[in-house]
Design a protein around this ligand. Structure first.
Ligand code: SAM
Ligand code: SF4
Length: 359
């Protein structure tokens, strides 16, 4: 197995930084009413997209011709990102994920991480990355308190990688995975968007990774977004994936669900890692959704599949008082719908392409 040697070299370089973080958790604030919606969902998880740019062109995420990019002046600055993060943490957010686009293409990613790490009460700092330009930055990110890395990887076959991402770079992604495991980043997850006829033949190879490595291999149902040529026939239902895995591993079992978790977690006795399923298309997790999103141009988006957005960037740039901004946030969160649209309506709805939302 190509990553097996990692076990003997596993280092725990991140433990010191995490110790500081765990100490800070004691000061975490309870969720304020501004972040509680009409269905009593308490939003303690904020995903911040820090760029619209990406060094890949994944076919399920964006149209081949790319997406129109906004001028840099429209994108949140480092200070604005930190201001927004602080505002949400002061209201009870405990987990922040940096995403994009590809977060590692942003030149100030290390500064952003460092400054997030200093926010008292923030329990988890996570990044979702395609791993192309990540491995060299990982040691510094780990030192700055990175608690969780989601790495996107849909195939272990080089030619198919080029087909899916319209670019090369599988070796870089593997290097990032190897480095993350070596560094002992507390949570490492692999995100695999399963597209029927494209990579469903590799499901069992990914399952093998969870057998030998301490990571969570997560299969994601293919979702429709503007310009991604989604078709219902290409969606592989998570239950079919579990059925397939059960043929080889009949002992696969569900792990107790944790509140706020959007993935269904499974384990197979004897495996070092776990398996997860993100079932947005066939079994939504709206009831348990505790996440809010900030787009890279500074809009608060309360649902991945909703178009209700409000610009926090404009409020900040107009020097609106923070208390007033919180009122706006509170109103927007209160308006969050109980559930997102279903399989029949979603494909017809207009929405930003995924690259402009942030996964
Ligand atoms: N560039 C980073 C990456 O790829 O990890 C972060 C941004 S990307 C938009 C975040 C996540 O969204 C990735 O794991 C990607 O696989 C997932 N994603 C993108 N388009 C998707 C789609 N149509 N259906 C399901 N997941 C999708
Ligand atoms: Fe880029 Fe991530 Fe979208 Fe792929 S999934 S195009 S890596 S933003």
């Amino acid at each position: 197995m190509f990553l097996r040697r990692l076990y003997s070299t596993s280092l725990r370089t991140v433990s010191e930084s995490n110790a500081r973080r765990w100490a800070a958790i004691k000061n975490a604030k309870p969720i304020s009413h501004f972040l509680t919606d009409n269905y009593n969902r308490k939003h303690d998880y904020l995903r911040i997209s820090i760029t619209e740019r990406c060094n890949l062109r994944c076919m399920y995420c964006m149209p081949e011709e790319g997406v129109p990019l906004q001028p840099d002046s429209q994108i949140l600055s480092t200070d604005e990102i930190i201001q927004i993060a602080k505002m949400f943490v002061s209201q009870g957010v405990k987990k922040i994920r940096l995403t994009g686009g590809e977060p590692t293409v942003r030149k100030d990613i290390l500064e952003i991480m460092d400054r997030l790490n200093q926010i008292e009460g923030l329990k988890e700092i996570c990044i979702t990355s395609n791993g192309i330009a990540l491995h060299r930055k990982l040691p510094k990110l780990a030192q700055s308190g990175l608690t969780s890395l989601n790495l996107s990887l849909d195939t272990l076959v080089e030619g198919k990688f080029t087909l899916i991402t319209r670019r090369n770079g599988l070796k870089n992604v593997m290097k990032s995975l190897e480095t993350a495991l070596q560094l002992g980043i507390p949570k490492v997850k692999l995100n695999i968007v399963v597209v029927k006829g494209l990579n469903d033949d590799e499901i069992m190879n990914f399952v093998k990774l969870a057998q030998f490595y301490p990571l969570e291999v997560r299969f994601i149902e293919y979702m429709p977004f503007d310009g991604n040529k989604w078709e219902l026939e290409k969606v592989m239902n998570y239950q079919d994936i579990i059925k397939l895995i059960r043929e080889t591993h009949p002992t696969i079992e569900r792990v107790a669900h944790k509140h706020g978790e959007t993935s269904k977690t499974y384990q197979i006795p004897g495996f070092k890692g776990k398996l997860g399923f993100i079932t947005s298309m066939t079994d939504d997790f709206c009831k348990d959704c505790t996440r809010l999103r900030i787009t890279s141009d500074g809009n608060l988006k309360v649902c991945l599949f909703g178009n209700d957005e409000v610009s926090l960037r404009d409020l900040i740039r107009s020097n609106v008082d923070e208390d007033e901004i919180l009122q706006v946030i509170g109103k927007t969160v209160k308006n969050k719908k109980e559930k997102h649209a279903g399989l029949d309506e979603l494909p017809k709805m207009a929405n930003r392409p995924m690259i402009l939302i942030g996964g």
